[in-house]
Design a protein around this ligand. Structure first.
Ligand code: GAL
Length: 405
């Protein structure tokens, strides 16, 4: 059942939050996935065994594995430019000198998982072989290698234009049909290997309305380019589609673009905090060998990770306190809230102006009258009462967990 209301009292409304109807139910993806992806690190150059193993080691030495970061996902450009004579995908021998399986085995032995990237069309976005017409045999290949995650893009897909362009703007039908054969192949192998299916159609055709019928998570926008404008564009859009996320199927706000120097520390806190409370997958897009201490502190914030991984799996969205202006499209609204299995999370975002931001708990969806205990996740401040207030610098965020006192 979908989340239909965020204004009911806590107990009543919790009964609304069952499960999003999910046709790809192979028992996984009940929480937003956490991990790392090669794409934002060095695009094609990072699609290698070296990056995969190095990142797996860093997950352990930096304590990220213990916090729940699990998937090491290799994005576009891991294969050679064409299939072999038998129609199989071939790992690029320069990037994978011992093949994929040896790396998957090593990563599994470390208690982690390996992901790869493919495409529903004739070619991937970077021009490597796509899976159209090869869905069943490609999945068999992934199973034989021990791959746990499959991001599936939408370049060079069926199109009314000839030759097919990289991005088809006139598909003449719903993009959802591109995802069905691969979903069915993943279901076919589910007793052998449980593969997380991540749809990447850049939010076309309102993928959030049908994504749970096809995959465990779906990109709801075009790429996060790593700048503040991307955080604003994607973060603000997440507010309108919160009700579609739930255990087994989550809006994917795209990889976290922290650590690139294009966001300052305040902006990195808001980026991570907003992705966490909206139940986006938390997939790091950075080189862990070069991470700054301030960024490391953000991605290791256990309180925020626990909120993201809460078993209820419901995404926070905006609410409008009495007397506050209405949200503005494309801008990050200051006031966010969402239910947790043991309370409520409130997000306060200084997306457009620094200042003092206050919330009366009585005006927060799912709270109501009374005194509440609260804890702020970035500063560690705690308190008890009927409201909270914080001075927040421009583009920074505070995340408050509230439980009944
Ligand atoms: C884009 C996708 C990116 C990345 C890239 C690889 O379509 O949105 O996340 O996967 O392709 O070429």
């Amino acid at each position: 059942m979908k989340h239909t209301s965020n204004t009911l009292p806590l107990l009543l409304s919790l009964s609304q939050y069952w499960q999003v109807a999910n046709a790809l139910d192979n028992g996984i993806g009940l929480k937003p996935h956490m991990g790392w992806s090669s794409w934002n690190v060095a695009q094609c150059d990072a699609a290698s065994a070296k990056y995969a193993i190095d990142t797996a080691n860093k997950f352990i030495s930096l304590g990220l594995k213990d916090l729940g970061y699990e998937y090491i996902n290799i994005d576009d450009c891991w294969s050679t430019g064409s299939r072999d004579a038998g129609g199989k995908l071939v790992p690029d021998p320069k990037k994978w000198p011992n093949g994929i399986k040896a790396v998957a085995d090593q990563i599994h032995n470390m208690g982690l998982k390996l992901g790869l990237y493919g495409d529903a069309g004739q070619k991937t976005c970077a021009g490597y072989p796509g899976s159209e017409g090869h869905e069943a045999s490609d999945i068999d290949q992934l199973v034989s290698w021990g791959v746990d995650f499959w991001k599936y893009d939408n370049c060079y897909t069926p199109c009314n234009q000839n030759p097919r362009p990289q991005t088809c703007n006139s598909p003449g039908g719903s993009t959802k049909t591109w995802y069905a054969p691969m979903r069915d192949s993943i279901l076919r192998v589910q007793n052998t290997r449980k593969i997380h299916f991540n749809l990447c159609n850049w939010g076309r055709d309102k993928v959030w309305e049908w994504g749970a019928q096809y995959g465990h998570s779906w990109r709801m926008s075009v790429d996060n380019w790593g700048d503040w404008a991307s955080v604003e564009r994607i973060g603000s859009a997440a507010a309108g589609i919160a009700q579609y996320s739930g255990p087994g199927g989550f809006n994917d706000l795209d990889m976290l673009y922290l650590g690139s120097s294009r966001l300052n520390t305040n902006e990195e806190r808001l980026h991570f905090g907003l992705w966490a409370i909206t139940k986006s997958p938390l997939v790091l897009g950075l080189d862990l060998n070069k991470i700054k201490d301030s960024t490391l502190a953000i991605i290791r914030n256990k309180g925020l990770i626990d909120i993201n991984q809460d078993s209820l799996g419901r995404a926070a969205t905006t609410f409008r306190p009495p007397g506050q202006p209405a949200p503005v499209a494309g801008k990050i609204y200051p006031y966010w809230a969402g239910p947790l299995s043991d309370g409520v999370v409130i997000g306060l975002c200084a997306g457009t102006a620094a200042g003092r931001y206050s919330v009366n708990f009585a005006g927060v969806p799912d709270l109501g009258q009374g005194d509440f205990q609260w804890k702020e996740m970035y500063t560690g401040q705690t308190g008890m009462g009927k409201n909270v207030s914080f001075d927040i610098a421009l583009h920074d965020m505070r995340v408050v967990k509230v439980v009944r006192g």
